[in-house]
Every structure is written in structure tokens, then in C-alpha cells.
Design a protein around this ligand. Structure first.
Ligand SMILES: Cc1ncc(COP(=O)(O)O)c(C=O)c1O
Length: 367
């Protein structure tokens, strides 16, 4: 049965974006960030394509994601960075996955899991999310130095994450770099000089060479999406995902016809409506009701009325559409993921990572 709704993932475009981003940081290793099912694009396939494109590292949030990469056969360098107490550090270490310590307490948990883990230290330089800062950093540095001397852990990296890299002129960027440099110096003064220092996400990779250091961690830009719609750079990023659906119904309606729950849209003239068989259960954001658009051939068809759980309606005007005709929700030749983000009042990261439900993924350019 052909899919009613299909997310087509272009792995050639993904590999090209990885190469483009790598060229922005020629003296740094590249980590392809494939957490959250590769931002909704499919983690196993994207991970393999990232390796083919030369990514030395893969980055994920959780140990479960890292172990899924291993289960898929990936044997390269993998880092994960988000773990609650009781996390399975033993399995991560046994699988050769590098883990992140955000506090002395967490480093102790990792070491207690045994087998001389490879650990990277996270310093909070101003995002105020994970990572150690101030006295906590000093404590983590001391614990890392002790672990290194005792041979209970191998400290392989030190890293942090920007809060405002998508606003290159924001003063927080310089300040975070300064705090990071100080933190690395404090670590070095304690005798710990890991080979990998890293700080840059996509936006910093594109705009902030001073922060490239030993490794850059690229996520959103590798999927062909600008980290911020206003971020200026000269990289050509190719959209990786095309979301398409077949019209499940087409009907001609008279002026005055109201559409979908709440009747929030009413036809001003006779028109043709098309029913797109995906909804908020698939991650089509309901806040784009009456605002999003799809492409029908060369024509844009606006969303009419409220986006429902399984479906939404578009206004095809006087197009001679048929049931089964394909509309492009976003992707080359249609609106962009960011157009949907604008319509929904969010960011394109959320548009792609939320996709799921009954949408089938198909991959182009698999090797
Ligand atoms: C620690 C870390 N590094 C890198 C990234 C990649 O960020 P981006 O998708 O903006 O490139 C993320 C994603 O949020 C992250 O959590």
C-alpha cells in the first residue's frame, strides 16, 4: 500500500550539508548530532550517512540513544550528555560510548559503574542548563584530576554549549567563550588536558571560528535548516526532508461553507477543498491552523480551519484536483519547515522533531 503520508529523507543532501559544515571548521573534528531520531529524520540512516560523509563523532542526548547506535552497528566515537541518577553508565562504557559528567557527583556515579569509563566534562559557561559552574566546576576538576591519577576514568574531553549562538552579536557569546577558556585553564592547572575541547553548535560553526576549537557539534544545519531564520552566513544548506501526503478527499463547496472544528474558516466564494490525511498526532502543529500552507503543483494551498488529530483541510481554489493527488507540506518545491514554524509560532527545530505518528519515512541516497 502506498503511504498516505511520507517523509522523504534525502541522504545525499544530508551528506552534502555535513561536508559543507566540515569545510567551515577545517581544523576541527565534526560531530553529527543525531539525537531525537536525528531531529525527526531517522537516526540509524542519518548516523550511517554522517559517517559516510566523514563525521568522526556522533552526538546524542541519552545513553539509550547511544546504545541504539551501537545496536545498529556503529562502532565509531559517540558522546552522550544527558543522564539522570541511576542511568546505565555501565552499559554505555561497555559499549565504548563516551559519557558526560556535569558534576563531581555524576562523575562518581560514572566511575562507580566501573571499567575505566571515557568521560567528558561539561562546564556551564552561561546556558544554565547542565554542566558545572563556579565552585561546582572546581569540585568537578578536582574529582577528574583524582580519577585520572587513580586511573579510574579517562578524561577525554571538556565542553560547553552556547545560549545565543544564533545571535552572533549577542554579548553572551564572547562571555561564554571567556568562561570556557578559564575553565579549561583551571582544568589544565590541575593536570588534566583532554584532547577534545568543544563549544560550537551549528550557528557557531557557521559564524564563530574562534569557538571551533577541536570539534564542532552540528545538528540543525546538517538537516538543511538555518539555525535561526535571521542568521546570516554564506553556506548553502540543502533541505533534507520533504513531507508529502496524498489528498484523501477533494470536494467542491459553495461560498459560505465553514470548515473543521469550531468553524474558524468560512469560504468567501465557491472553491475546492482538499483533505490532507495528517494532523497533530503526526506532529503537524495545531497552532498553524488557518496559517500554514502546502504546495499543490506550483500553487500554494492555505490551511483552512483547525488542524485536527489525523487531518487538515486546504483550499485548492479552482485547481482540478483529484483524490490521491500529492501535496508537499514542506520541502523543496513547497513551503519550508521554517514557513510552518512561522505559521505555528515556533522554530523549525520543533517542526521536524515532532513529526511522527503514522507518517512513513523513506530514504533516498542510501548506500
Ligand atoms: C549539547 C548539544 N550540542 C550540539 C547541539 C546541536 O545544536 P544545533 O542543532 O543548533 O546545531 C545540541 C542540540 O541542541 C546539543 O544539545
Amino acid at each position: 500500500m502506498p503511504p498516505q503520508a511520507e517523509a522523504i529523507v534525502d541522504l545525499d543532501a544530508y551528506r552534502a550539508n555535513i561536508a559543507t559544515l566540515a569545510a567551515y571548521a577545517p581544523n576541527s573534528a565534526l560531530m553529527a548530532v543525531v539525537k531525537a531520531d536525528a531531529y525527526g529524520h531517522g537516526m540509524p540512516q542519518c548516523a550511517r550517512a554522517a559517517r559516510e560523509a566523514g563525521a568522526a563523532w556522533l552526538g546524542v542526548a541519552t545513553i539509550v540513544e547511544a546504545l541504539a547506535l551501537r545496536a545498529d552497528g556503529d562502532t565509531g566515537d559517540v558522546l552522550c550528555w544527558l543522564a539522570s541518577p541511576g542511568a546505565d553508565f555501565a552499559s554505555a562504557t561497555a559499549a565504548g560510548v563516551e559519557v558526560t559528567a556535569s558534576s563531581a557527583e555524576q562523575l562518581a556515579e560514572i566511575i562507580a559503574a566501573g571499567a575505566r569509563p571515557k568521560v567528558q566534562l561539561k562546564v556551564d559557561t552561561g546556558l544554565s542548563r547542565n554542566g558545572a559552574y563556579g565552585d561546582q566546576w572546581t569540585a568537578l576538576v578536582a574529582a577528574a584530576a583524582a580519577a585520572q591519577s587513580a586511573g579510574t576514568a579517562e578524561i577525554t574531553g571538556v565542553w560547553s554549549h552556547f545560549a545565543c549562538a544564533d545571535e552572533p552579536a549577542h554579548p553572551a557569546n564572547d562571555e561564554q567563550e571567556r568562561v570556557f577558556t578559564e575553565a579549561v585553564a583551571e582544568l589544565a592547572a590541575a593536570g588534566v588536558t583532554p584532547a577534545l575541547r568543544h563549544l560550537s553548535n551549528s550557528a557557531a560553526t557557521l559564524t564563530r571560528p574562534s569557538a571551533h576549537l577541536d570539534l564542532v557539534r552540528v545538528g540543525i544545519a546538517s538537516y538543511g535548516i538555518n539555525p535561526d531564520r535571521s542568521l546570516v552566513h554564506d553556506a548553502t544548506l540543502l533541505p533534507v526532508m520533504t513531507l508529502q501526503a496524498e489528498l484523501a478527499a477533494v470536494k467542491r463547496v459553495p461560498a459560505g461553507t465553514s470548515v473543521s472544528y469550531g468553524h474558524t474558516w468560512t469560504a468567501e466564494r465557491e472553491t475546492t477543498l482538499g483533505l490532507v490525511p495528517i494532523g497533530y498526532a503526526e506532529g503537524i502543529l495545531r497552532t498553524a491552523s488557518n496559517k500554514g500552507q502546502v504546495a499543490y503543483g506550483d500553487q500554494r494551498a492555505p490551511v483552512t480551519g483547525t488542524i485536527c488529530m489525523d487531518q487538515f483541510v486546504v483550499d485548492l481554489g479552482d485547481a482540478s484536483a483529484q483524490r490521491g493527488d500529492v501535496v508537499t507540506v514542506f520541502g523543496p518545491g513547497g513551503p519550508t519547515a521554517d514557513d510552518w514554524a512561522i505559521a505555528a509560532g515556533t522554530i523549525a527545530y520543533e517542526v521536524v522533531t515532532r513529526l511522527g505518528g503514522r507518517i512513513e519515512r523513506t530514504f533516498r541516497g542510501e548506500r
